[in-house]
Design a protein around this ligand. Structure first.
Ligand SMILES: *Cc1c(COP(=O)(O)O)cnc(C)c1O
Length: 339
């Protein structure tokens, strides 16, 4: 879609030259969850530095999603025709050790500048076919209140119609940030969806739940995303508990991601056969409503691929000139659909 851009930025560094300097920051609200769960390994493993991060394995890349191909600017990724991804900041509230953008977040680049926001708004105004903007980073909620308000209100001014997807870990790491003033402001920006990153039921303490409920009660839809992580949530019953709990709050589980090939994250990555059988077990435990799409970002810029579709065998066959689907049901038997 876009021509390759040579930006000379973090994406060009080879993974073997990568030095793991992701800061270790444990936000106070997350520390409380750790204490409340009596030192849950699932929480500690996500946030505490491990020497295993120094180990860069074959195939790991500083730009594991291959975003370099789709850059409008180093912080604006236009991969899909009708939606665009904004990296609003390189900073986070806490640093997830499995971060797929760790080559970026370890640089601690600050919030997008007013000049860059002006460029962004001009670009959005010139691209009316872009219907959604994902505001991510880093974590956009790591910016100051004024920075966030300036960015989001500028986007809304430039494009009254565009759907804003606010992608953040703040409901888990810093639920106290969502004050009445911020909630009033976010409500004024509709259409807006909150996309919180949540990996484990222990992340849903009272403060986190009431934060998510605030969004639901104020009519801001919420769709979660999670990462499948070895030693954190690689258990179908733990994930089933997480997704069912989220649905009870009113949150739709959106994506469960296979861990990307970022440098120094191999200890978090499940082998694909284990990941697929775990998802298959998960789908037997949950309703369609509660089950997220299991997806992987294909290295090199192939985009999101739904692995959900490969957990059951299915084939399309042509018989007597008629196209048929032969697909496995949840009982393991093969069923034929031939319209
Ligand atoms: C994930 C992603 C999107 C959003 O894709 P959806 O399938 O709509 O969630 C958009 N742009 C980029 C670059 C992405 O990585």
């Amino acid at each position: 879609m876009n021509d390759p851009v040579n930006t000379g930025d973090w994406r060009d560094v080879s993974a073997s030259d990568h030095v793991s300097v992701l800061p270790e920051v444990i936000p106070p609200a997350f520390r409380e969850l750790i204490e409340y769960s009596k030192g849950s390994d699932a929480l500690l493993r996500q946030i505490m530095y491990s020497p295993l991060e120094e180990r860069v394995t074959d195939g790991e890349l500083c730009d594991p999603l291959g975003e370099a191909r789709y850059l409008v600017t180093p912080w604006l990724v236009h991969q899909y025709q009708n939606r665009v991804l904004l990296l609003a900041t390189g900073r986070c509230i806490g640093y997830c050790r499995y971060c797929f953008r760790r080559s970026f977040t370890s640089r601690s680049e600050g919030f997008i500048t007013p000049e860059e926001i002006e460029f962004l708004c001009d670009w959005l105004a010139r691209h009316p076919d872009v219907q959604e903007i994902l505001v991510s980073g880093g974590d956009p909620l790591s910016g100051t209140y004024d920075e966030l308000v300036h960015l989001l209100s500028s986007i809304r001014r430039a494009r009254s119609d565009i759907l804003i997807r606010l992608c953040t870990r703040a409901p888990v790491f810093a639920p106290q940030l969502f004050t009445t003033a911020l909630m009033d402001f976010l409500c004024s920006l509709k259409p807006l969806w909150l996309i919180p990153h949540i990996n484990h039921p222990d992340e849903l303490g009272l403060a986190q739940r009431s934060c998510l409920e605030q969004f639901i009660n104020r009519g801001i839809p919420v769709q979660s995303q999670s990462v499948l992580l070895s030693g954190v949530n690689d258990d179908a019953h733990v994930l089933a508990n997480l997704f069912h709990t989220l649905v009870c709050i009113g949150v739709k589980p959106g994506y469960l991601f296979q861990c990307d090939m970022a440098p120094g994250t191999s200890h978090f990555r499940l082998p694909l056969d284990r990941a697929l059988s775990l998802y298959k077990e998960l789908s037997s435990l949950l309703s369609g409503l509660s089950l997220p799409v299991f997806a992987v970002d294909l290295p090199g810029g192939g985009g999101k691929f739904p692995l959900s579709s490969v957990t059951r065998t299915a084939r399309v066959v042509v018989e007597n000139g008629q196209t048929q689907l032969c697909a496995e049901g949840p009982d393991g038997k093969v069923y034929t659909y031939s319209p």
